[in-house]
Ligand binder design. Structure first.
Ligand code: ADP
Ligand code: MG
Length: 259
C-alpha cells in the first residue's frame, strides 16, 4: 500500500460574475501515490494548482471530490488530528510562518508544547531548550539562536528554523511547497542539500513542489507535471527529463537553465 494515496481529487472555487456563479476548477481529477522514503517532485507553472493540491493533502483545504489517504488514514476523516503529527508543511515565505514576537526556542518547540499539553505531559523549560538545541543542530544551526527573534536571521536561516519546527514532532512526511523559491540561488542550494541529508538520515517522505525543473530533478525520485489543474505526465525523474512525452514538460525543461 502506498504511503500517500491521492485518488481522483478535484477542487473548484466559485466566482460570482453578476448574478451568476461560475465554477473555476483548480485541481481536476488528480491521482498520485508516494511510497515511504521517496521524493515526488510536483512541477508546473504558477497557477497550475500545486499549492491547492498540497493544502488538500495536508488537510487544510477540503477537496470538492475524491479522496486522500496518508499512512492508511483518510485526510479529513475523524483521525485527521493524529495525522497532523505525521505530516508537516514548509512553505515558500520563510518569514510568514514565524511569529516575529516569539523567540526561536519557543518557535521551534511550539508543536511539542501543544502536543504534550494535549497529552497532559510535562513540558519543563530545560527539556524544551534541550529539544530546541537538538532541532537547531539538525538543521545546521546551534544554541546561540535560541533566545533570538526571527528578524535577526537571514532568509535561509529563517527557512532552517521553519524546517526545525516542522521536524519537532518527528513527522514521516514533509510537504515542501516551493521551500527555496524566495531564497537566493546559492542559499537555496544549501537548504536543498540540507533537505536531502535530512531525508537520508531520518527516512522522510517528501512531496517537493517547485516551478523549477532542475531543482525538482535534483531532489526527486519521481516527477509529476501539473498543468491547469491536471497531472499531464508522471515518470521516474531521470527518464522524464531525458525523454519528456508532453510538449508542456519540454517547455518546463527549456524554461529554466541547468543548475
Ligand atoms: P500554484 O501553487 O500552482 O501556483 P495555486 O494552487 O496556488 O497554484 O492556485 C491555482 C489556482 O487556484 C489559481 O488560479 C488561484 O488563483 C486559484 N485559487 C487558489 N486558492 C483560491 C481560493 N482560496 N479562492 C479562489 N481561487 C483560488
Ligand atoms: Mg503555489
Amino acid at each position: 500500500m502506498p504511503f500517500v494515496e491521492v485518488t481522483s481529487v478535484s477542487k473548484s472555487y466559485w466566482r460570482r460574475t453578476g448574478l451568476r456563479r461560475v465554477e473555476m476548477p483548480v485541481v481536476r481529477d488528480v491521482s498520485l501515490t508516494l511510497d515511504r522514503g521517496e521524493t515526488l517532485g510536483l512541477v508546473g507553472e504558477s497557477g497550475s494548482g500545486k499549492s491547492t493540491l498540497a493544502r488538500m493533502i495536508l488537510g487544510l483545504v477540503a477537496p470538492t471530490g475524491g479522496s486522500i489517504r496518508v499512512a492508511g488514514v483518510e485526510v479529513g476523516g475523524p483521525s485527521t488530528e493524529a495525522l497532523r503529527r505525521q505530516m508537516q508543511p514548509v512553505f515558500q515565505d520563510p518569514a510568514a510562518a514565524l511569529d516575529p514576537r516569539m523567540r526561536v526556542v519557543d518557535l521551534v518547540t511550539e508543536p511539542l508544547v501543544i502536543h504534550r499539553r494535549s497529552l497532559q505531559a510535562s513540558t519543563s523549560r530545560a527539556a524544551l531548550r534541550r529539544a530546541a538545541g537538538e532541532l537547531l543542530r539538525s538543521v545546521g544551526m546551534d544554541e546561540s539562536a535560541l533566545d533570538r527573534y526571527p528578524h535577526q536571521f537571514s532568509g535561509g536561516q529563517k527557512q532552517r528554523i521553519n524546517i526545525a519546527r516542522a521536524l519537532a514532532l518527528r513527522p514521516a512526511f514533509l510537504v515542501l511547497d516551493e521551500p527555496v523559491s524566495a531564497l537566493d540561488v546559492s542559499v537555496g542550494a544549501q537548504v536543498i542539500n540540507l533537505l536531502r541529508a535530512l531525508q537520508r538520515d531520518l527516512g522522510l517522505t517528501y512531496l517537493f513542489i517547485s516551478h523549477s525543473m532542475p531543482l525538482v530533478r535534483y531532489l526527486s525520485t519521481r516527477i509529476a507535471v501539473m498543468q491547469q489543474g491536471r497531472i499531464v505526465e508522471t515518470g521516474a525523474a531521470e527518464q522524464l527529463c531525458a525523454a519528456p512525452r508532453q510538449s508542456y514538460t519540454r517547455q518546463l525543461i527549456a524554461a529554466t537553465p541547468e543548475l
